[in-house]
Each structure stands twice: as structure tokens, then as C-alpha cells.
Design a protein around this ligand. Structure first.
Ligand SMILES: Nc1ncnc2c1ncn2[C@@H]1O[C@H](COP(=O)(O)OP(=O)(O)OP(=O)(O)O)[C@@H](O)[C@H]1O
Length: 308
């Protein structure tokens, strides 16, 4: 049974289509990264999982339950770290956890939860004095109360420094190891890359890619960028390069030629330019990073074409 199953889901707000024809399945025990730039439809999708927002059309099932008709059961079995969560300044960390325990009707020692998110030493301090990272960990501690089967984390690393973001990822990994499904939204690939099994990329309400990090890596590794320093290069010279097998794009600013190609085509590019009478003074290669690939999916159409 999938943990999350959206079938043909559309959500419109007046003229704005926040989510369009979304089909998405997340398996039990999976750590799924839900990515996309601001306004892509991530929060709307999360809100539909929790029945805070109702789809205009389509069906949403969570942990085998209908998200609308059985929302109470879904929420009981789900821990949520909402986007922009803020603490109650005058309450201690422990009081926050106690509050979450009461609302989920769970009877465990709050100190155990605080230890799980690394806040034992700060348990009796008022949360108003917590750093951003401590606040996020406290929010996560509240979400983890009752060992939920599904954890929904909306931008959990936002505002965290690299060490804080890593701690967050370590906690997520531990939760996945105990069997929880984790649905982790972010607009930065780097934050989910080391923790997620699979990612879905949203843009303008549509799911434009869905893949394992491994396959994304392969796709990113497929093309390299070759930057050649030349005496001069004309459009004819570029056309000769573009005609080669394995070359997907070539541009020039006169003094340099930039070519996207698979690694086997590099020597052919240099030979083709020299055959055209171009003097190649120097060259370097840059591999496309996963981040570049992600940007190529999420930025505007023009860039997608150039770098895809
Ligand atoms: N309550 C609402 N009323 C009208 N439009 C809305 C509402 N909620 C979201 N939208 C619109 O739907 C689109 C998707 O928004 P959503 O908040 O789901 O994106 P997001 O990917 O979560 O973005 P962010 O990363 O900024 O949180 C946006 O165009 C947004 O303006």
C-alpha cells in the first residue's frame, strides 16, 4: 500500500491553478523530496494531504485512507512540521513537547522526545531564546510525537546553517530507518539530496520530473561543459561543432567557445575547431552538477532548453 497516492489532482484558486493534474505515489518507508521553486504548488499539495485544502478535482489517499473522509485518522498517524512554524516564546521546550503529547493523546516521557532531537540541555529554557536551528528541532520533536507513520516536513531546513541542516537530515534518516515515510519539501535540492530516496520536481503546479537521486545524478553526469579559449570563432565554426555526434549545444563570445557534450566528444570538438582554422589556446571541462540539473528543470523554459 502506498503511503501517499494522488490521482489526477487539480487545485484552482479562482484563476490561479496551484496544482494541475498531479499523479504522485510515495511508497511506505520512502524518503521523498518534494522540490520546486516558490509558488510551484508544494504547500498546496501538502495541505491537500492533510485536508486543510480540498482539491478541485481528483483523489488524495494517505496511508490507505481517503484524505477528505478520513482526515482525522490521517492526522493521527501523521506528524507535520509546517512551513514557518514559530514557537511560543514564553513556554519552555519541554512544555511544547508536553502540549504535542496531550494533543496526540500519547503517554511518553517528554525528555525522551527532547533527547531525540538534541534538546535535552535546553529543555527548561524558554523557547523564545532558542536559535533558529533549535526552534526547528523543537518543531520536529513535536512532529515526531507518537512515532507517526508519515512525517510531512515543509521546508524543514529553511534558515538553518549547514550544521543545523545536517542535523535535521540525520534525524529524518533515523525516522526512515524505524520505518516512517518522510515527505520532505524544499526549494533547494542540496537539502534533500543526501537524505531522499526519490525526488519529485514541481514547477507552476505540474510535476515535471520524478526520479531517484541516482538517476538524476546519471542524467547530470551525462553532459559536460567544455570551455575552450580560442583566437576567434565564427558562427560557421560553431556549426561545425554542433554537427558532431555527442554535442548538444555550442556558443561563443568570440574569445571562448562553450560546448555541452558527452565526455567522448571532447577531442572531436577540438579537432573540428582546428580543422576550421581556429587556434585553440586552452580548454577546461566542467561536469554538470546535480544542482545545475535541478536549476535546468525549475528555471524558465529558455534555460531549460539551453542546459537540458
Ligand atoms: N489560498 C490561496 N489563495 C489563492 N492563491 C493561492 C492560495 N494558496 C496558494 N495560492 C497560489 O497557488 C500557487 C502555488 O502556491 P504554493 O504555496 O502551493 O506554492 P509552494 O510551492 O508551496 O511555494 P513556496 O515555496 O513559496 O511555499 C501560487 O501561485 C500561490 O499564489
Amino acid at each position: 500500500m502506498p503511503a501517499i497516492e494522488l490521482s489526477n489532482v487539480t487545485k484552482r484558486y479562482g484563476d490561479v491553478t496551484a496544482v494541475r493534474d498531479l499523479d504522485l505515489t510515495v511508497s511506505e518507508g520512502e524518503v521523498f523530496g518534494f522540490l520546486g521553486p516558490n509558488g510551484a504548488g508544494k504547500s498546496t499539495t501538502i495541505n491537500m494531504l492533510l485536508d486543510f485544502v480540498r482539491p478541485t478535482s481528483g483523489t488524495v489517499r494517505v496511508l490507505g485512507h481517503d484524505a477528505q473522509r478520513e482526515s482525522v485518522t490521517v492526522r493521527q498517524r501523521t506528524g507535520v512540521l509546517p512551513e514557518g512554524f514559530d514557537v511560543y516564546n514564553r513556554l519552555t521546550g519541554r512544555k511544547h513537547i508536553e502540549f504535542a503529547l496531550r494533543s496526540k493523546d500519547v503517554d511518553v516521557d517528554p525528555d525522551e522526545m527532547l533527547a531525540r532531537v538534541g534538546l535535552s540541555d535546553a529543555a527548561d529554557r524558554k523557547a523564545g531564546g532558542y536559535s533558529k536551528g533549535m526552534r526547528q528541532r523543537l518543531a520536529l520533536g513535536m512532529a515526531l510525537v507518537g512515532d507517526p507513520d508519515l512525517l510531512i516536513l515543509d521546508e524543514p531546513s529553511s534558515g538553518l546553517d549547514p550544521a543545523g541542516a545536517k542535523e535535521m537530515r540525520d534525524i529524518v534518516r533515523r525516522e526512515a530507518d524505524r520505518g516512517a515515510t518522510v515527505f520532505f519539501s524544499s526549494h533547494v535540492l542540496g537539502q534533500v539530496e543526501s537524505v531522499c530516496d526519490r525526488v519529485g520536481i514541481m514547477r507552476e503546479g505540474e510535476l515535471i520530473a520524478e526520479d531517484s537521486i541516482e538517476s538524476l545524478r546519471e542524467a547530470a553526469g551525462g553532459d559536460e561543459t567544455l570551455v575552450l579559449t580560442v583566437d576567434s570563432a565564427s558562427q560557421d565554426d560553431l556549426d561545425a561543432v554542433r554537427a558532431l555526434d555527442g554535442v548538444s549545444a555550442a556558443t561563443t563570445d568570440g574569445g571562448t567557445v562553450t560546448v555541452s557534450c558527452d565526455s567522448g566528444a571532447k577531442t572531436k570538438v577540438i579537432a573540428a575547431l582546428e580543422d576550421q582554422g581556429v587556434t585553440v589556446n586552452d580548454f577546461e571541462t566542467q561536469s554538470a552538477s546535480l544542482e545545475d540539473l535541478f536549476l535546468s528543470y525549475t528555471e524558465d523554459e529558455e534555460r531549460t532548453e539551453v542546459s537540458a
